[in-house]
Design a protein around this ligand. Structure first.
Ligand SMILES: Nc1ncnc2c1ncn2[C@@H]1O[C@H](COP(=O)(O)OP(=O)(O)OP(=O)(O)O)[C@@H](O)[C@H]1O
Ligand SMILES: [Zn+2]
Length: 509
């Protein structure tokens, strides 16, 4: 069996991975707070843990892995967004806005992450569906002396858990000094964090022993992982920005609620997507969404490849050069594997890299060496979630486009040959047919031919094409604002005319 080795943030060591139960390997990853489109940073853990999920499925069998990734659909950031929508004129009650906002954001998230070739996790619990379990867990923590109620709030008492801070390797006093902790008069210790807080009538809220209120963020993950994976499970993942305080707090809650269980055994954290050295984040406003990239015509598979180019424990950034390199490689690989039946064997060179703490750049390098074996290339690329069926539409479009480019070359070559053969009627037919469609060709001194047209012809052509067909013919040219570059449109127009004329030539000959 393939030996999986993972860097465990908790021990700060690379460890052999042995699941509690190989029949049911269990992983929990913190999912998004749903009030906005996912940015590229949010997509990174999705891709990273999808690679791990695929690896576990490969090694233990697809039916022997349970992967849970939650949706945080109750949160002050969601309430704030809903309130600002109300301020902007949305007349619905706040609760209705929150419901619509979270539903819509989840649908976007699914569409965007599907486009990246990420498998849907086994369970995608919404926090609001597990309020009962959260309340029960909080009651248990109070009963054991790990939490206390003050004026409608329930707080976790960090001093009651001596291991608090172990995950991030800090003492409580260091954390107080370094962190921006909310100081509140009702806290016994500034590090104590909220398990439950009161909601006024307008805000989402649930009845509880402490009055109508809502859960804190951290308790959501403790309750949902316990409900769906049990008190002990194998892997817990998320971005490094969650290590403290979120994961520290999850550990404190779960280990105090179920002291005989171990909670999560392997902790994995992905490093951040950065923009000019800073974490990409909504609050800094330095982000672009996955949807922005897709709308620019960058295929999801290319975005995924760019993410895989960097090891998950190193910071990464997005550059146009990387996207270009990814697109060229994937175009080549799709071409090599067109119509090929995948070999059903994982290549050690690829698998060892993935199993060695998810060394995806190493795995990509190993895939390059498989280019002479298309069947192996296809199977092993799919271990990384690349070259999936149903994700190659961009390839077909691009191929069509290249083919259209080729047809222009072929057409002009036919004209050159006709001239050489003194078949001037044919050479003139080509020139005149192009001219009729607004494309003039100039013979350059170096023997090359330069096609030229005015934008008006391209534009008229565009207008003539049925709305429903436009996506097929011009889909890859649209920019994120919905417009098409004039020069891209003109180039495409010339290519399309050339292929039409080639067809016509074939018919009349
Ligand atoms: N720049 C980033 N790079 C990598 N992962 C990130 C980045 N920003 C957020 N994440 C991860 O995305 C996942 C979803 O997190 P969440 O929805 O809480 O993001 P967020 O906190 O709303 O984003 P932001 O930090 O932009 O406000 C988490 O696992 C988090 O660690
Ligand atoms: Zn979490």
């Amino acid at each position: 069996m393939t030996k999986i080795r993972l860097h465990n943030s908790r021990t700060r060591k690379r460890e052999d991975f042995t699941p509690l139960d190989p029949e049911n390997v269990r992983m929990y990853v913190c999912g998004p707070t749903v009030y906005d489109r996912a940015h590229l940073g949010n997509a990174r853990p999705v891709v990273v843990f999808d690679v791990l999920y695929r690896l576990l499925r490969h090694v233990y069998g697809a039916d022997h892995v349970t992967y849970v990734r939650n949706f945080t659909d109750v949160d002050d950031k969601i309430n704030a967004r809903a309130a600002s929508m109300q301020a902007d004129g949305d007349t619905r009650p706040l609760n209705a806005i929150v419901q619509a906002l979270t539903d819509e954001t989840i649908a976007w998230y699914h569409a965007d992450m599907d486009a990246l070739g990420a498998l849907r996790p086994t369970h995608e619990p919404r926090a609001t569906q597990f309020i009962t379990q959260m309340i029960a867990m909080i009651e248990g923590l109070i009963a054991k002396g790990h939490a206390y109620e003050v004026s409608g709030h329930v707080l976790f008492d960090v001093r009651s858990y001596p291991d608090y801070g172990r995950l991030s390797g800090r003492s409580v006093d260091d954390m107080i000094a370094g962190a921006r902790v909310e100081v509140a008069p009702y806290k016994r210790d500034p590090m104590d964090f909220v398990l439950w807080k009161p909601s006024d009538a307008a805000l989402p809220g649930w009845d509880s022993p402490w009055g109508r209120g809502r859960p804190g963020w951290h308790i959501e993950c403790s309750a949902m992982s316990h409900e769906l994976l049990g008190a002990s499970f194998d892997i817990h993942g998320g971005g490094i920005d969650l290590q403290f305080p979120h994961h520290e707090n999850e550990i404190a809650q779960s280990c105090c609620a179920f002291p005989d269980a171990g909670f999560a055994r392997y902790w994995l954290h992905n490093e951040m997507v950065q923009v000019e050295g800073k974490k990409m984040s909504k609050s800094l406003g330095n982000f672009f969404t996955v949807r922005d990239l897709l709308d620019q015509g960058i295929p999801g598979e290319v975005i995924r490849y760019v993410v895989l180019m960097t090891h998950y424990r190193s910071p990464m950034d997005w550059t146009a050069a990387k996207a270009e390199e990814a697109a060229q490689t994937l175009f080549k690989w799709r071409k090599l594997t067109e119509g090929v039946v995948p070999a059903n064997v994982a290549q050690e060179s690829v698998l060892d890299e993935i199993a060695g703490d998810l060394n995806t750049p190493g795995a990509l390098a190993a895939l390059h060496k498989l280019e002479t074996q298309p069947r192996a290339l296809l199977f092993n690329a799919r271990l990384l979630g690349l070259l999936n069926d149903g994700q190659g539409a961009w390839y077909s479009r691009r191929k069509l486009f290249y083919a259209a480019n080729d047809t222009l070359k072929i057409l002009l070559q036919k004209r050159r040959i006709a001239k050489e053969e003194k078949n001037f009627a044919r050479a003139d037919w080509i020139r005149d047919a192009l001219k009729k469609r607004g494309i003039s060709i100039t013979d350059m001194p170096d023997g090359k031919v330069k096609p030229q047209t005015s934008f008006d012809f391209a534009d008229a052509y565009f207008d003539k094409i049925e709305q429903s067909e436009r996506k097929e013919v011009f889909g890859d040219l649209y920019k994120s604002d919905g417009s098409i570059d004039a020069s891209a449109l003109v180039d495409r127009y010339i290519s399309l005319v050339a292929s039409e004329l080639l067809d016509e030539l074939e018919r009349i000959e």
